[in-house]
Design a protein around this ligand. Structure first.
Ligand SMILES: Cc1ncc(C[n+]2csc(CCOP(=O)(O)OP(=O)(O)O)c2C)c(N)n1
Ligand code: SF4
Ligand SMILES: [Mg+2]
Length: 350
Protein backbone atom coordinates (compact mmCIF):
# COMPACT_ATOMS: atom_id res chain seq x y z
CA UNK A 1 0.00 0.00 0.00
CA UNK A 2 1.49 3.38 -0.95
CA UNK A 3 -0.89 5.59 1.00
CA UNK A 4 -3.62 5.48 3.60
CA UNK A 5 -6.67 7.75 3.20
CA UNK A 6 -7.66 9.69 6.29
CA UNK A 7 -11.16 9.28 7.71
CA UNK A 8 -13.32 12.22 6.66
CA UNK A 9 -14.92 12.78 10.07
CA UNK A 10 -14.70 16.42 11.22
CA UNK A 11 -15.73 17.52 14.68
CA UNK A 12 -18.42 20.23 14.26
CA UNK A 13 -16.69 22.56 16.70
CA UNK A 14 -13.42 22.73 14.72
CA UNK A 15 -12.44 26.36 14.13
CA UNK A 16 -12.90 27.65 10.56
CA UNK A 17 -10.77 30.29 8.84
CA UNK A 18 -12.07 33.29 6.86
CA UNK A 19 -12.71 31.16 3.76
CA UNK A 20 -14.69 28.56 5.71
CA UNK A 21 -12.17 25.72 6.08
CA UNK A 22 -10.88 23.93 9.17
CA UNK A 23 -7.22 23.00 9.51
CA UNK A 24 -8.16 19.40 8.67
CA UNK A 25 -9.29 20.56 5.22
CA UNK A 26 -5.63 21.37 4.48
CA UNK A 27 -4.35 17.92 5.37
CA UNK A 28 -3.64 15.10 2.93
CA UNK A 29 -3.30 11.34 3.18
CA UNK A 30 -1.71 9.62 6.18
CA UNK A 31 2.08 9.85 5.85
CA UNK A 32 4.03 6.68 5.12
CA UNK A 33 7.39 8.26 6.04
CA UNK A 34 9.45 6.92 8.97
CA UNK A 35 8.15 8.02 12.39
CA UNK A 36 10.18 11.07 13.43
CA UNK A 37 11.19 12.10 9.87
CA UNK A 38 11.66 15.87 9.72
CA UNK A 39 9.71 16.03 6.45
CA UNK A 40 6.41 15.35 8.28
CA UNK A 41 6.94 18.42 10.47
CA UNK A 42 7.40 20.54 7.32
CA UNK A 43 4.11 19.20 5.93
CA UNK A 44 2.43 20.22 9.21
CA UNK A 45 3.97 23.71 8.93
CA UNK A 46 2.64 24.08 5.35
CA UNK A 47 -0.85 23.05 6.53
CA UNK A 48 -0.69 25.59 9.35
CA UNK A 49 0.55 28.43 7.12
CA UNK A 50 -2.09 27.89 4.40
CA UNK A 51 -4.90 27.61 6.96
CA UNK A 52 -3.78 30.74 8.79
CA UNK A 53 -3.47 32.75 5.57
CA UNK A 54 -7.02 31.76 4.51
CA UNK A 55 -5.83 30.25 1.24
CA UNK A 56 -8.55 28.23 -0.47
CA UNK A 57 -6.97 24.80 -1.18
CA UNK A 58 -8.13 24.79 -4.83
CA UNK A 59 -6.06 27.94 -5.44
CA UNK A 60 -2.81 26.03 -4.73
CA UNK A 61 -0.69 23.97 -7.13
CA UNK A 62 1.87 21.76 -5.35
CA UNK A 63 4.65 20.21 -7.41
CA UNK A 64 7.58 17.99 -6.48
CA UNK A 65 10.33 15.76 -7.88
CA UNK A 66 11.35 12.32 -6.57
CA UNK A 67 12.43 11.39 -3.03
CA UNK A 68 10.91 11.01 0.44
CA UNK A 69 10.63 14.81 0.49
CA UNK A 70 8.98 14.86 -2.90
CA UNK A 71 6.40 12.31 -1.69
CA UNK A 72 5.17 14.71 0.99
CA UNK A 73 2.73 16.76 -1.16
CA UNK A 74 0.53 13.67 -0.91
CA UNK A 75 0.38 14.26 2.85
CA UNK A 76 -0.86 17.87 2.82
CA UNK A 77 -3.37 19.98 0.86
CA UNK A 78 -5.30 16.97 -0.39
CA UNK A 79 -7.80 19.23 -2.17
CA UNK A 80 -5.16 21.18 -4.13
CA UNK A 81 -3.76 20.61 -7.62
CA UNK A 82 -0.74 18.31 -7.52
CA UNK A 83 1.97 17.11 -9.92
CA UNK A 84 4.65 14.69 -8.79
CA UNK A 85 7.14 15.18 -11.64
CA UNK A 86 10.41 13.43 -12.56
CA UNK A 87 13.60 13.51 -10.40
CA UNK A 88 14.94 17.10 -10.39
CA UNK A 89 12.38 18.42 -12.88
CA UNK A 90 9.90 20.13 -10.57
CA UNK A 91 11.16 23.68 -11.36
CA UNK A 92 10.67 23.47 -15.14
CA UNK A 93 7.22 21.88 -14.89
CA UNK A 94 6.24 24.51 -12.31
CA UNK A 95 7.62 27.30 -14.54
CA UNK A 96 5.44 26.08 -17.40
CA UNK A 97 2.34 25.87 -15.20
CA UNK A 98 3.01 29.35 -13.85
CA UNK A 99 3.40 30.75 -17.37
CA UNK A 100 0.03 29.25 -18.31
CA UNK A 101 -1.80 30.45 -15.17
CA UNK A 102 -0.32 32.94 -12.76
CA UNK A 103 -3.45 33.03 -10.60
CA UNK A 104 -2.53 29.91 -8.60
CA UNK A 105 -0.15 29.81 -5.65
CA UNK A 106 2.79 27.61 -6.67
CA UNK A 107 4.38 25.45 -4.02
CA UNK A 108 7.46 23.47 -5.11
CA UNK A 109 8.69 20.78 -2.70
CA UNK A 110 12.04 19.13 -3.29
CA UNK A 111 14.92 17.35 -1.58
CA UNK A 112 18.63 18.10 -1.38
CA UNK A 113 19.26 15.21 -3.79
CA UNK A 114 16.47 16.37 -6.08
CA UNK A 115 17.61 20.03 -6.19
CA UNK A 116 21.37 19.96 -5.56
CA UNK A 117 22.34 17.08 -7.89
CA UNK A 118 20.16 16.04 -10.83
CA UNK A 119 18.00 19.18 -10.56
CA UNK A 120 20.71 21.76 -9.88
CA UNK A 121 20.36 23.43 -13.27
CA UNK A 122 16.59 23.52 -12.93
CA UNK A 123 16.83 25.06 -9.47
CA UNK A 124 19.27 27.70 -10.75
CA UNK A 125 17.08 28.82 -13.65
CA UNK A 126 13.88 29.00 -11.59
CA UNK A 127 15.71 31.30 -9.16
CA UNK A 128 17.32 33.55 -11.77
CA UNK A 129 14.10 33.89 -13.75
CA UNK A 130 12.18 34.99 -10.67
CA UNK A 131 9.45 32.38 -11.02
CA UNK A 132 6.89 33.37 -8.40
CA UNK A 133 6.77 30.32 -6.18
CA UNK A 134 7.52 28.97 -2.73
CA UNK A 135 10.47 26.62 -3.29
CA UNK A 136 11.06 24.39 -0.24
CA UNK A 137 14.04 22.05 -0.06
CA UNK A 138 13.70 19.47 2.71
CA UNK A 139 17.42 19.15 3.35
CA UNK A 140 18.66 16.07 5.22
CA UNK A 141 22.11 15.71 3.63
CA UNK A 142 21.30 12.27 2.19
CA UNK A 143 19.27 10.51 -0.46
CA UNK A 144 16.75 9.15 2.05
CA UNK A 145 14.57 7.26 -0.42
CA UNK A 146 17.49 5.29 -1.89
CA UNK A 147 18.88 4.34 1.53
CA UNK A 148 21.15 7.12 2.76
CA UNK A 149 23.95 7.93 0.28
CA UNK A 150 25.56 11.37 0.89
CA UNK A 151 23.85 14.12 -1.08
CA UNK A 152 25.61 17.14 -2.55
CA UNK A 153 24.61 19.31 0.44
CA UNK A 154 26.39 17.03 2.95
CA UNK A 155 29.23 18.83 4.71
CA UNK A 156 32.81 17.79 3.95
CA UNK A 157 34.03 15.61 6.80
CA UNK A 158 30.56 14.56 7.95
CA UNK A 159 30.22 10.88 8.72
CA UNK A 160 27.69 8.43 7.25
CA UNK A 161 25.78 5.94 9.40
CA UNK A 162 28.18 3.12 8.47
CA UNK A 163 31.27 5.31 9.06
CA UNK A 164 32.22 6.58 5.58
CA UNK A 165 33.54 10.16 5.62
CA UNK A 166 32.30 12.64 3.02
CA UNK A 167 35.29 13.94 1.05
CA UNK A 168 33.42 16.41 -1.18
CA UNK A 169 32.66 20.07 -0.57
CA UNK A 170 29.02 20.88 0.18
CA UNK A 171 26.72 22.79 -2.13
CA UNK A 172 24.96 25.48 -0.13
CA UNK A 173 21.60 26.12 -1.82
CA UNK A 174 21.05 29.26 0.26
CA UNK A 175 24.33 30.73 -1.02
CA UNK A 176 23.38 29.77 -4.56
CA UNK A 177 19.85 31.23 -4.29
CA UNK A 178 21.35 34.51 -3.05
CA UNK A 179 23.85 34.64 -5.90
CA UNK A 180 21.29 33.65 -8.53
CA UNK A 181 18.87 36.46 -7.69
CA UNK A 182 16.14 34.86 -5.58
CA UNK A 183 14.25 37.69 -3.90
CA UNK A 184 13.28 35.86 -0.68
CA UNK A 185 15.83 33.49 0.85
CA UNK A 186 15.35 31.76 4.19
CA UNK A 187 16.64 28.81 6.15
CA UNK A 188 14.89 26.99 8.96
CA UNK A 189 14.76 23.72 10.86
CA UNK A 190 11.91 21.20 10.76
CA UNK A 191 12.15 21.04 14.57
CA UNK A 192 11.36 24.76 14.94
CA UNK A 193 7.76 25.23 13.82
CA UNK A 194 7.54 28.63 15.50
CA UNK A 195 10.22 29.88 13.11
CA UNK A 196 9.19 27.87 10.05
CA UNK A 197 5.46 28.70 9.80
CA UNK A 198 5.95 32.51 9.55
CA UNK A 199 8.78 31.98 7.05
CA UNK A 200 6.42 29.95 4.83
CA UNK A 201 3.71 32.60 5.25
CA UNK A 202 6.17 35.32 4.23
CA UNK A 203 7.21 33.27 1.19
CA UNK A 204 3.55 32.75 0.17
CA UNK A 205 2.94 36.50 0.22
CA UNK A 206 6.19 37.31 -1.54
CA UNK A 207 6.01 38.61 -5.10
CA UNK A 208 8.87 36.65 -6.67
CA UNK A 209 11.09 33.58 -6.31
CA UNK A 210 11.02 32.56 -2.63
CA UNK A 211 13.42 29.85 -1.51
CA UNK A 212 13.41 28.12 1.90
CA UNK A 213 16.10 25.60 2.82
CA UNK A 214 14.68 23.55 5.70
CA UNK A 215 17.11 21.30 7.55
CA UNK A 216 15.04 18.17 8.02
CA UNK A 217 16.78 15.25 9.75
CA UNK A 218 16.51 11.75 8.26
CA UNK A 219 16.05 9.51 11.32
CA UNK A 220 16.73 6.34 9.34
CA UNK A 221 20.10 7.27 7.78
CA UNK A 222 21.51 10.58 9.03
CA UNK A 223 20.68 11.24 12.67
CA UNK A 224 23.82 9.92 14.37
CA UNK A 225 26.94 11.47 15.92
CA UNK A 226 29.23 12.78 13.15
CA UNK A 227 26.28 13.89 10.98
CA UNK A 228 25.79 17.65 10.63
CA UNK A 229 22.09 17.13 9.78
CA UNK A 230 21.04 15.33 12.97
CA UNK A 231 18.47 16.81 15.39
CA UNK A 232 21.17 17.23 18.06
CA UNK A 233 23.69 18.91 15.76
CA UNK A 234 21.17 21.38 14.31
CA UNK A 235 19.78 22.28 17.75
CA UNK A 236 23.31 22.96 19.02
CA UNK A 237 24.42 25.04 16.02
CA UNK A 238 21.22 26.83 15.03
CA UNK A 239 21.98 30.57 14.85
CA UNK A 240 18.74 32.45 14.16
CA UNK A 241 19.52 35.89 12.73
CA UNK A 242 15.93 37.12 13.08
CA UNK A 243 12.33 36.02 13.61
CA UNK A 244 9.28 37.13 11.66
CA UNK A 245 7.07 38.68 14.33
CA UNK A 246 4.13 39.66 12.26
CA UNK A 247 3.01 40.19 8.68
CA UNK A 248 0.21 42.52 7.63
CA UNK A 249 1.00 45.14 10.20
CA UNK A 250 -1.04 48.31 9.69
CA UNK A 251 1.32 51.32 9.35
CA UNK A 252 -0.09 53.06 12.44
CA UNK A 253 0.77 50.01 14.55
CA UNK A 254 4.50 50.23 13.75
CA UNK A 255 6.65 50.12 16.85
CA UNK A 256 8.52 53.39 16.42
CA UNK A 257 11.96 53.54 17.96
CA UNK A 258 12.23 49.80 18.59
CA UNK A 259 15.70 49.11 17.26
CA UNK A 260 15.24 45.38 17.52
CA UNK A 261 12.50 45.49 14.88
CA UNK A 262 12.88 45.95 11.12
CA UNK A 263 9.76 46.64 9.05
CA UNK A 264 9.97 45.47 5.43
CA UNK A 265 7.27 46.48 2.92
CA UNK A 266 5.99 43.60 0.80
CA UNK A 267 5.16 43.69 -2.91
CA UNK A 268 1.45 43.18 -2.10
CA UNK A 269 1.36 46.31 0.08
CA UNK A 270 1.50 44.49 3.43
CA UNK A 271 4.29 45.01 5.90
CA UNK A 272 6.50 42.38 7.43
CA UNK A 273 7.92 42.91 10.89
CA UNK A 274 11.20 41.18 11.65
CA UNK A 275 12.67 40.93 15.12
CA UNK A 276 16.46 41.02 14.99
CA UNK A 277 18.32 38.28 16.85
CA UNK A 278 21.71 39.46 15.55
CA UNK A 279 21.83 43.23 15.67
CA UNK A 280 24.25 43.62 12.73
CA UNK A 281 22.22 41.49 10.28
CA UNK A 282 20.46 43.43 7.51
CA UNK A 283 18.19 41.06 5.50
CA UNK A 284 17.62 43.65 2.75
CA UNK A 285 21.33 43.82 1.80
CA UNK A 286 22.07 40.89 -0.54
CA UNK A 287 25.86 41.16 -0.47
CA UNK A 288 26.01 41.55 3.31
CA UNK A 289 23.67 38.57 3.67
CA UNK A 290 25.96 36.44 1.48
CA UNK A 291 28.96 37.40 3.60
CA UNK A 292 27.26 36.86 6.93
CA UNK A 293 25.80 33.46 6.00
CA UNK A 294 29.26 32.33 4.83
CA UNK A 295 30.95 33.72 7.95
CA UNK A 296 28.54 31.83 10.22
CA UNK A 297 29.04 28.64 8.19
CA UNK A 298 32.84 28.99 8.49
CA UNK A 299 32.38 29.18 12.27
CA UNK A 300 30.38 25.93 12.16
CA UNK A 301 27.04 27.66 12.77
CA UNK A 302 23.84 27.27 10.71
CA UNK A 303 22.30 30.66 9.92
CA UNK A 304 18.49 30.46 10.06
CA UNK A 305 15.69 33.00 9.68
CA UNK A 306 14.83 35.34 6.82
CA UNK A 307 18.30 35.72 5.37
CA UNK A 308 17.40 38.02 2.48
CA UNK A 309 14.32 39.77 1.18
CA UNK A 310 14.01 42.22 -1.71
CA UNK A 311 11.07 44.54 -1.04
CA UNK A 312 10.91 45.38 -4.78
CA UNK A 313 10.77 41.79 -5.98
CA UNK A 314 9.89 41.23 -9.65
CA UNK A 315 8.47 38.06 -11.04
CA UNK A 316 9.07 36.33 -14.38
CA UNK A 317 5.85 37.65 -15.93
CA UNK A 318 6.94 41.27 -15.55
CA UNK A 319 10.12 40.57 -17.50
CA UNK A 320 8.28 38.68 -20.25
CA UNK A 321 5.30 41.04 -20.43
CA UNK A 322 2.90 38.12 -20.65
CA UNK A 323 -0.89 38.30 -20.71
CA UNK A 324 -2.44 38.28 -17.22
CA UNK A 325 -5.39 36.06 -18.18
CA UNK A 326 -4.78 32.32 -17.69
CA UNK A 327 -4.19 30.78 -21.13
CA UNK A 328 -7.15 28.41 -20.78
CA UNK A 329 -9.45 31.41 -20.34
CA UNK A 330 -8.39 33.18 -23.55
CA UNK A 331 -11.10 33.15 -26.17
CA UNK A 332 -10.95 32.83 -29.95
CA UNK A 333 -10.89 36.62 -30.31
CA UNK A 334 -7.61 36.93 -28.39
CA UNK A 335 -6.07 33.80 -29.90
CA UNK A 336 -7.04 34.54 -33.54
CA UNK A 337 -7.06 38.35 -33.78
CA UNK A 338 -7.25 38.29 -37.59
CA UNK A 339 -5.09 38.72 -40.73
CA UNK A 340 -4.46 42.44 -40.20
CA UNK A 341 -2.87 41.87 -36.77
CA UNK A 342 -0.78 38.98 -38.16
CA UNK A 343 0.38 41.21 -41.00
CA UNK A 344 1.44 43.88 -38.51
CA UNK A 345 3.43 41.35 -36.45
CA UNK A 346 5.15 40.04 -39.58
CA UNK A 347 5.94 43.56 -40.73
CA UNK A 348 7.55 44.27 -37.34
CA UNK A 349 9.87 41.29 -37.81
CA UNK A 350 11.10 42.29 -41.30
C1 LIG B 1 16.32 9.92 -13.06
C2 LIG B 1 16.45 9.27 -11.72
N1 LIG B 1 17.67 9.05 -11.20
C3 LIG B 1 17.80 8.49 -9.98
C4 LIG B 1 16.69 8.13 -9.26
C5 LIG B 1 16.85 7.46 -7.91
N2 LIG B 1 16.50 8.32 -6.81
C6 LIG B 1 15.25 8.33 -6.30
S1 LIG B 1 15.08 9.41 -5.03
C7 LIG B 1 16.70 9.88 -5.19
C8 LIG B 1 17.31 10.89 -4.27
C9 LIG B 1 16.38 11.43 -3.25
O1 LIG B 1 17.07 12.30 -2.40
P1 LIG B 1 16.44 13.65 -1.90
O2 LIG B 1 15.96 14.47 -3.04
O3 LIG B 1 17.43 14.29 -1.01
O4 LIG B 1 15.14 13.19 -1.10
P2 LIG B 1 15.00 12.50 0.33
O5 LIG B 1 14.59 11.10 0.04
O6 LIG B 1 16.30 12.58 1.03
O7 LIG B 1 13.94 13.28 1.00
C10 LIG B 1 17.35 9.19 -6.20
C11 LIG B 1 18.76 9.37 -6.55
C12 LIG B 1 15.42 8.37 -9.85
N3 LIG B 1 14.30 8.08 -9.21
N4 LIG B 1 15.33 8.96 -11.06
S1 SF4 C 1 14.31 7.34 4.95
FE1 SF4 C 1 14.83 9.27 5.97
S2 SF4 C 1 13.97 10.89 4.66
FE2 SF4 C 1 12.95 8.95 4.10
S3 SF4 C 1 11.08 8.86 5.35
FE3 SF4 C 1 12.69 7.77 6.47
S4 SF4 C 1 13.56 9.31 7.84
FE4 SF4 C 1 12.45 10.42 6.24
MG1 LIG D 1 17.60 14.26 1.02
Amino acid sequence: MTYIAKPKLHHPSLQKNAVGYTRRDYEGKVSTLCAGCGHDSISAAIVQACWQLDIAPHRVAKLSGIGCSSKTPDYFLGASHGFNTVHGRMPSVLTGANLANRELLYLGVSGDGDSASIGLGQFAHAMRRGVRMVYIVENNGVYGLTKGQFSATADRGSVAKKGAVNADAAIDLVGMALQLGASYVARSFSGDKAQLVPLIEGAIRHGGAAFIDVISPCVAFNNHAGSTRSYDHVREHNEAVNRIDFIDLAPEQQAIGDEAVITVPQADGTLMRLRRMKSDYDPTDRIAAMNQVQALAAAGEIATGLLYVDPQARDMHQGLNTVATPLNALGERELCPGAAVLEKINAGLR
